[in-house]
Design a protein around this ligand. Structure first.
Ligand SMILES: Cc1cc2nc3c(=O)[nH]c(=O)nc-3n(C[C@H](O)[C@H](O)[C@H](O)COP(=O)(O)OP(=O)(O)OC[C@H]3O[C@@H](n4cnc5c(N)ncnc54)[C@H](O)[C@@H]3O)c2cc1C
Length: 418
């Protein structure tokens, strides 16, 4: 009898989850687990790594996954601690022969798996979080083009689209006869200002259906730089980062949409942004740990930043109205438009001369769509420490204010006393 552990990481779904499907096909008994990593509790900057909005979105996503597993006679056991330690204990308790999981190509996540392998644990990892299948690339990932435009051109020249999504497994193997006790941290469910953004695969699919149903992709290119509301951009990100839905699923729907209504600038631009997401993933295979150095890929050292100015930036009290409005939206809602992310990040790095890593850490704590690859990649990009040949991307706040909030609507929305 083969017993396996399925370790859910950022793939909280049953459909289009090749790793989970493979585990189901290979096991007689399967233990699905999720581990709340104890490192999520603190940062070197003195705030929690996983703030209340992220916690709430994760909680809803896990509950949704659990109800899908239970509907098929299985269950999701949640634990907290260091993943390698928890998994070693579970392997012993259940006599499981191997762990199946998705592959995450970022330093801390690689280390979690390495610690297990060091103890001779059989860990079967599956790369499945990108839209494109890297095995179809006309280049090796380690030699991929550094610059996004060159990467995109190669992908388009080879006419690569997306890997076909697969269905959820028909049958989930029974749980092991003896179950370890789950122990989870008490969660602090918080409500946030976008009540529509609720975690879980069911909500993700409902959101996608209405987004395509209302033909919002058609206007995406014109609206994507706006600052207020649900419809100016897709809002797919939070579901994507926890894997409530796969990028392939979204790409497949986009493809079908183009088939029905015709391709246009909006549909192309959505694909283009999803390709950025892939690009920041794949660049990790090439540069790995180097992307996590203070100097990034440049070798230029970072000057220590002055702590009180970080507090002003973080709490939206810099005195620059557009920046303060953005930082308050982030803290109060757990979300920020792409345009505002660029503006506040640039302001922290170039106007306040702050350490980009502190800014990235604050985004990590607050964003419901925090994604290790995209957050690191975008911060490096703005700081001019990544692969962008143009160097850094400073934004002129006065011009941005004029272009994107000329009538002060956004600033008033977030800065007016309640
Ligand atoms: C400093 C900074 C930090 C960021 N941190 C994150 C992060 O932690 N997690 C995250 O998902 N995105 C991050 N982004 C990228 C982008 O801002 C968000 O993906 C986007 O705003 C999410 O809203 P949406 O789903 O409505 O995006 P849409 O505009 O509708 O785009 C569709 C999808 O494309 C992808 N995408 C769009 N823009 C980017 C981009 N610049 N880089 C990578 N993928 C992109 C996302 O998956 C997004 O859901 C960051 C951007 C900046 C400038």
């Amino acid at each position: 009898m083969k017993t396996l552990i399925y370790w859910f990481r950022n793939d909280l779904r049953l459909a289009d989850n090749p790793a989970f499907t493979q585990a189901c096909l290979s096991a007689d008994h399967l233990l699905p687990v999720y581990i709340h990593d104890s490192k999520e509790q603190e940062t070197v900057y003195g705030f929690e790594r996983q703030g209340p909005h992220r916690q709430a979105f994760l909680r809803a996503s896990l509950d949704d996954l659990n109800s899908q597993l239970r509907a098929q006679g299985s269950d999701l056991l949640e634990f907290s601690g260091k993943p390698a330690e928890v998994l070693l204990r579970l392997l012993k308790d259940t006599s499981a022969q191997a762990i199946y999981c998705e592959q995450i190509e970022a330093p801390e996540e690689i280390e979690q798996v390495r610690m297990l392998q060091e103890q001779s644990v059989d860990v079967e990892e599956f790369w499945q979080s990108s839209m494109l299948d890297p095995q179809t690339f006309p280049f090796e990932l380690e030699k991929m083009p550094d610059v996004f435009t060159a990467f995109r051109r190669e992908v388009e020249k080879a006419q690569l689209k997306f890997a076909q999504p697969i269905n959820a497994p028909k049958k989930i193997p029974a749980l092991p006869a003896t179950l370890p006790q789950g122990s989870i941290l008490p969660s602090r469910a918080h409500s946030f200002l976008h009540p529509y953004l609720i975690g879980g695969a069911s909500h993700a699919h409902a959101h996608l259906k209405q987004y395509f149903g209302r033909r919002l992709p058609d206007s995406y290119k014109e609206t994507r730089n706006q600052l207020i509301g649900m419809d100016y951009s897709s809002k797919f990100s939070a579901w994507l980062v926890l894997g409530c839905i796969s990028a392939r699923d979204i790409a497949a729907q986009l493809h079908e949409y183009e088939h029905c209504y015709g391709a246009n600038d909006g549909t192309y631009w959505l694909w283009f942004e999803l390709l950025w997401r892939d690009y920041f993933r794949f660049i990790h295979f090439k540069y790995g740990q180097k992307l996590y150095r203070a100097s990034g890929l440049t070798g230029v050292p970072v000057k220590p930043s002055y702590a009180p100015s970080f507090e002003q930036w973080r709490t939206g009290t810099t005195g620059t109205a557009l920046v303060d409005a953005g930082m308050r939206e982030l803290q109060q809602s757990g979300y920020l438009s792409n345009r505002m992310r660029q503006i506040v990040a640039s302001y922290w790095i170039y106007d306040m001369k702050g350490d980009w890593r502190a800014g990235a850490a604050w985004f990590e704590s607050q964003l419901i769509d925090y994604d290790v690859y995209s957050n690191q990649g975008n911060w490096l990009y703005i700081a001019g420490r990544g692969t962008d040949p143009r160097g850094g991307r400073p934004f002129n706040v006065a011009k941005q204010t004029q272009d994107h909030d000329p009538q002060e609507i956004y600033r008033k929305l977030w800065l007016s006393p309640e």
